[in-house]
Write a protein that binds this ligand. Structure first.
Ligand SMILES: Nc1nc2c(c(=O)[nH]1)N[C@H]1C(S)=C(S)[C@@H](COP(=O)(O)OP(=O)(O)OC[C@H]3O[C@@H](n4cnc5c(N)ncnc54)[C@H](O)[C@@H]3O)O[C@H]1N2
Ligand code: MOO
Length: 405
């Protein structure tokens, strides 16, 4: 929609042009201008994708009591043992103490009765004539007793995860094991996606001139991958986008506006930003695709990322600028990772080139130099973007992986 040049919308809030930024400069500006979210207590089960604002310390030692590590018999004293009636199952409270010379059936995870010497695994136990139990493994007392001792995994002074760690399934699960019912975190980060453009259609059957929306259903997956745990998506025609208050009213710290970043007749993002008193902090990034990105701050601190409409450019913008914004808001720092390429490539003296990439068995990355931007077919079976910068032939590139896929 921006094929018709327009002299009317080259505007930004301060009235002066903001320089095009390299990717490194964009990351620096983002970390300087976008402050981390305020830490807040969040129920542990609702904290997926947030970042720990404090080290994760246990609320309870683990295991909280001596428990059996195996199905078998809790035995007291040297054998053979007389097996008592009944069984100690997981979930039973306070089993009675075991008298010397006796044994009781016990289940994995059950509390070990006081006076237990060790747990005899079922496969190492035989009952003699008359019912007496013996240990056929001939264990030495105290060795491999198959009892999980209270606090042997962690005590209250342990740190299970450092501040800045993103809450994934392992962190959440460990926190629950440690009886942490709330966590002090930044996030979970929410994003509003606004897909603009008169030509974009989600309805059955395309009319001439329409373009199938190939981003709305998939952007939340990419966004979740880089730290936006919750996403809401809205569609607006160009005029609706220009006239309504979706950007003003969006209830999310980050608003991704898809399309309209250019200077074409229907590209209204700049004028909307101007009207809302936003400060543009990056106007174009020196990269291809996704050069036509805008990064702006609303007066209340919400961040607007204007991403190009071409689908591969949109994903590239999200994986570079969108990712840097998420890291800043979550208060985490992620050092760029470099990878070896299967063949040296030259980006030339111009902008950084960003290519779909996939890792070979030997660890080197194959890149696709000829990918088109109007669709995402070039990302099928690819697991990363490779960022190539510098004028000479480069044998390595920054690798930005897609973790969720
Ligand atoms: N005179 C110039 N024109 C353009 C330039 C330029 O440098 N000078 N850059 C081109 C590049 S590269 C890109 S990328 C686009 C960026 O334009 P916008 O951000 O304003 O995006 P639109 O014009 O709205 O859309 C571009 C393209 O993408 C299609 N699109 C948009 N949304 C979707 C969607 N949800 N699903 C599928 N496809 C979508 C849209 O129909 C357009 O074809 O500007 C170029 N022009
Ligand atoms: O930025 Mo366009 O993003 O090269 O397709």
């Amino acid at each position: 929609m921006n094929s018709v040049p327009s002299p009317t919308v080259d505007v930004n809030a301060g009235g002066h042009r903001v320089a095009e930024l390299t990717i490194a400069d964009m990351r620096r500006v983002v970390s300087e201008r976008i402050a981390p979210l305020r830490p807040q207590p969040v129920p542990t089960h609702a904290a997926m994708g947030a970042a720990l604002a404090e080290p994760l310390r246990p609320q309870s030692v683990f295991p909280p009591a001596d428990t059996s590590a195996m199905d078998g018999f809790a035995v007291s004293g040297p054998g053979p043992w007389h097996v008592l009636d009944g069984a100690v199952t997981a979930g039973s409270e306070r089993p009675r103490p075991l008298a010397d010379g006796t044994a009781t059936v016990i289940a994995t995870g059950a509390l070990v009765p006081p006076m237990t010497s060790f747990v005899l695994r079922r496969e190492n136990a035989r009952q003699l004539w008359g019912g007496r139990l013996v240990d056929v493994a001939g264990r030495r007392p105290g060795i491999g007793n198959d009892i999980r001792r209270r606090g042997e995994n962690w005590t209250l002074d342990c740190v299970l995860a450092r501040a800045g760690t993103v809450v994934g399934p392992a962190v959440m699960s460990a926190a629950l094991t440690a009886e942490r019912t709330t966590l002090t975190v930044r996030g979970p980060l929410r994003a509003q996606v606004v897909i603009t453009g008169d030509e974009i259609s989600t309805a059955d059957g395309l009319r001439p001139g329409q373009t199938r929306d190939s981003l709305g259903p998939v952007l939340p997956t990419w966004l979740r991958d880089i730290g936006y745990a919750q996403t809401a998506t809205e569609y607006r025609s160009d005029r609706e986008f220009r006239d309504d208050s979706i950007v003003a009213s969006a209830d999310a710290p980050v608003i991704f506006v898809v399309g309209g970043t250019g200077h074409g007749a229907s590209d209204h993002l700049r004028s909307v930003l101007h009207r809302l008193g936003a400060e543009i902090i990056a106007d174009r990034i020196l990269c291809r695709p996704a050069g036509s990105q805008l990064l702006a701050l609303l007066p209340d601190g919400r961040v607007i990322v204007g991403i190009p409409g071409n689908p591969l450019a949109a994903v590239t913008a999200i994986m570079t600028t969108g990712r840097a914004v998420a890291h800043s808001l979550l208060g985490i720092s992620v050092a760029p990772v470099r990878g070896r390429l299967t063949a040296a490539v030259r980006s030339g003296t111009g902008p950084a080139r960003i290519y779909p990439a996939v890792q070979r068995a030997d660890g080197a990355w194959d890149i696709d130099p000829c990918t088109r931007t109007a669709h995402l077919a070039g990302l099928i079976n690819r697991t990363a973007l490779a960022v190539v910068e510098g004028s000479g032939p480069s044998p390595t590139a920054e690798i930005i992986r897609f973790h969720a896929m």
